[in-house]
Design a protein around this ligand. Structure first.
Ligand code: PLP
Length: 476
């Protein structure tokens, strides 16, 4: 056979050189990130207008690509890694996570089966067992019991899987085979994340069969209202099957009373799923574990290391108490995936634990993060974020311009201008437009409310102080 005269691949030694340049670029970016306006100022279409209409016919140099990242892409970036990012929830990255990501991309393995890369599966199981220990979660979520953990793409996907497993447990596998019966009903607080409604649509439950339960003055679910709604649905001949409790809602970080909700679930035989997407990370510190009170009765639990735990997206940790319930729901075995290790039942095949088949080696970055910081280092930074948020809360309390909307014990402070919505909106617009910081809002009791979320990897006291000064200035 004739060898082709050339190929178009990047020579590995060239890759080494560009790899160093790319890491240098990231280091410089992270060093300078504070200087950029946090919220991108680009207008819709502004980035595309700078890109060539057609793809290049001939390959281009890496230097040109990197230059375009600097000149075209960077202005269109909202800087989630800025210590002045206080919006939504953090989407943290950190050097050990980035290093894990590089090696994962280099290995480029698919971890759908144990056999397709044993280390990918075993490290994941191991690190998720570590998380059970680190967060003080119940033993039943550990792979050493009947349960276990898996890394998923997002909390939305994990909650979908919980919903599907609950549906199959309730219908004894019937709905997977014969289709839903339109009578299943799911429950969550009125402040639950919107992903649950989407998941209900996808799972064939339907938006109409999701009941949003009333909340108390702290925006936490009222267990008595949950119980009453379940009784009402039972009386109407419907089938309650699933309850989601939120440990830290997105609007205000409200903490549903998991123990009381679990009592209701046990009484009626319902699946209890706990969504601790952001706040779960606080469980690293024993003094914050009160947020997990009652979780030992949950059937499933999810939190996102890709929010507050310094591990860049995507990395959702999803745990179930009975892995058979999950696997029984999602396992399908075509001939081309049959293999000895799986048939022998000696291994975990994570493809059966979520919707997609293919999966990246995400445990590596989580492993690096945990090993770099150590439990002590992670605790230190989480405590520091909470300390800063509590200091901020105190400033709001003592302020003549702002008022506190809800008393959060963790790292999200909700507040508003004493003069009403128009004044709050004016302050909000002014600080975001200044570029010096970025925060987002919500509505609580129909009032426009600012959310100050303190949890970015490198946020320090001086950033929070500066933010407060800007807010106070804008409020005058
Ligand atoms: C962020 C968040 C979600 C959604 O997380 P994804 O991983 O982006 O799907 C769900 N619930 C809560 C409470 C959240 O904070």
């Amino acid at each position: 056979m004739n060898q082709p005269a050339r190929n178009y691949h990047m020579e590995l030694e060239t890759f080494r050189r560009h790899g160093h340049a790319a890491v240098d670029w990231v280091v410089d970016y992270l060093k300078n990130v504070e200087q950029y306006p946090v919220l991108s100022r680009v207008k819709p279409g502004g980035i595309r207008a700078q890109l060539p209409e057609h793809p290049p016919q001939q390959g281009e140099s890496f230097e040109r690509m990197l230059a375009d990242v600097q000149n075209i892409i960077l202005p269109g970036i909202t800087h989630w890694q800025s210590p002045n990012f206080f919006a939504f929830f953090p989407g943290n990255s950190s050097p050990p996570a980035i290093l894990g990501e590089i090696i994962s991309a280099g290995l480029g393995v698919q971890g759908m089966l144990w056999a397709t890369s044993p280390a990918c599966t075993e490290l994941e199981t191991h690190v998720l067992d570590w998380l059970v220990e680190m967060l003080g979660l119940p033993e039943r979520f550990s792979s050493k019991s009947r349960g276990g953990g898996v890394i998923q793409h997002s909390a939305s996907d994990a909650t979908l899987c919980a919903l599907l497993a609950a549906r199959e447990r309730c219908t004894k596998g019937e709905s997977n085979h014969k289709g839903g019966n339109g009578r299943l009903v799911a429950y969550a607080s009125a402040h639950a994340h919107s992903s649950l409604e989407k998941d209900c649509r996808i799972a064939g439950i339907g938006s109409d069969n999701l009941r949003l339960i009333a909340v108390d003055e702290n925006f936490a679910m009222r267990p008595a209202a949950l119980e009453a709604q379940i009784e009402k649905d039972l009386a109407a001949g419907l089938t309650p099957f699933f309850v989601m409790a939120c440990v830290g809602t997105t609007s205000s970080l409200a903490l549903d009373p998991v123990r009381a909700v679990a009592d209701v679930c046990r009484k009626h035989g319902l699946w209890l799923h706990v969504d601790a997407a952001m706040a779960g990370t606080a469980g690293l510190c024993p003094e914050f574990r009160f947020i997990h009170d009652g979780v030992e009765d949950a059937d499933s639990y999810v939190f996102n290391p890709h929010k507050w735990m310094f591990t860049n997206f995507d990395c959702t940790a999803f745990f179930v108490a009975d892995r058979q319930a999950l696997i029984g729901t999602l396992s399908i075995l075509p001939e081309y995936l049959r293999n000895q290790a799986s048939e022998a039942g000696a291994v975990i095949d994570y493809r059966d634990w979520h919707v997609p088949l293919g999966r990246r080696f995400r445990a590596l970055k989580l492993w690096f993060v945990i090993r770099h910081y150590g439990v002590e280092g992670l605790q230190f930074h989480i405590r520091e974020h909470v300390r800063l948020a509590q200091a901020f809360k105190q400033w709001v309390r003592e302020s003549r311009q702002f008022e506190l909307v809800v008393d959060c014990p963790l790292n999200l402070i909700c507040f508003r201008h004493r003069d009403g919505d128009a004044a709050t909106e004016r302050v909000h617009k002014a600080v975001n437009e200044s570029g010096a910081m970025y925060l987002t809002h919500t509505k609580l009791n129909d009032r426009y409310t600012l959310r100050m979320n303190i949890g970015q990897t490198r946020t320090e006291e001086r950033h929070v102080q500066m933010a407060w000064e800007r807010l106070s200035e804008a409020a005058k």
